[in-house]
Design a protein around this ligand. Structure first.
Ligand code: DGL
Length: 268
């Protein structure tokens, strides 16, 4: 057994969609979350910058004695995961491979859409991993850079959100996909609008559950699950003013986020 916490991180509130699954499927695990709210969005930044930011966050989380990490961010997972796994001697799980696996498994007509940040789509990480599972699948990638600010603002079902979603997804509607990967951890928060616009015949893939299940299985294999019977006390950290994070986070997790601590991440 290993009673130490699990580190989970993202550029902002998006990674909380992964935390939500972890709370449900690994309820005995303690979570230390970091949201880089001072430097969000990552999706428009270069691979070098994203990798540098991710390393700073990991160095911070290691000061909390985490036993493993979930990179709850597609932008980091698709651009920097290999380098992070090479640099840090600790189990690190990304969200892209689990999402690609789910998508390859779900499609019937072999036409899969992937939406994500500019950096995720440009990396072609989903495209490569989905085709590795099934080379017959045709992939249609679409960057949706305005989705992250909409979510960080908490505009999850506003009329402007419908308009923007409609505009970004028009080409995917025409492509007749039957499966759509929500390739950014912020996007599950827009799932109801996305589903309404794409129609019920399109299966939405949220990589979070598969990621969490794989990570917990990996911990179990190395006898790394928490066995302490006292309820875990989760901790949340951000790099900018916690107020908005608390507000949106409480909505996402239905978990009272009264203590969120601000950290100067540049010093790590
Ligand atoms: N939530 C992140 C992702 O999954 C990053 C979004 C951003 O900061 O641009 O890609």
């Amino acid at each position: 057994m290993d009673n130490r916490p699990i580190g989970v991180f993202d550029s902002g509130v998006g990674g909380l969609t992964v935390v939500k699954e972890l709370l449900q499927h690994g309820p005995n695990e303690q979570i230390i979350y970091f949201g880089d709210t001072a430097r969000v969005p990552y999706g428009s930044k270069s691979k070098e910058t994203v990798t540098k930011y991710a390393k700073q966050i990991i160095r911070f989380l290691l000061t909390k004695d985490v036993k493993g990490l979930i990179v709850a961010c597609n932008t980091i997972s698709s651009n920097s995961l290999g380098e992070l796994q090479h640099t840090f001697n600790i189990p690190i799980m990304g969200v892209v491979e689990p999402g690609a696996f789910m998508a390859a498994d779900a499609t019937h007509n072999q036409r899969v859409g992937v939406i994500g940040t500019e950096a995720t789509i440009a990396s072609q990480a989903y495209q490569k991993l989905i085709q590795k599972q099934n080379h017959q699948v045709e992939i249609f990638g679409q960057a949706c850079p305005l989705f992250v600010p909409l979510v960080e603002e908490g505009w999850l079902t506003d009329s402007v959100t419908y308009q923007i979603v409609q505009k970004y997804l028009a080409s995917l509607q025409e492509a007749k996909i039957d499966t759509l990967v929500l390739g950014c951890t912020h996007y599950p928060l827009l799932a109801s609008v996305i589903q309404e616009i794409m129609g019920d015949q399109v299966t939405l893939i949220n990589p979070a559950l598969e990621t969490v299940e794989r990570f917990l299985r990996e911990l179990q294999k190395i006898k790394g699950l928490r066995e302490n019977k006292t309820p875990p006390k989760h901790e949340f950290y951000v790099s900018d003013n916690p107020r908005k994070f608390c507000e949106i986070g409480t909505r996402i997790l239905s978990y009272p986020m009264n203590s969120v601590t601000q950290v100067n991440i540049e010093t790590y």
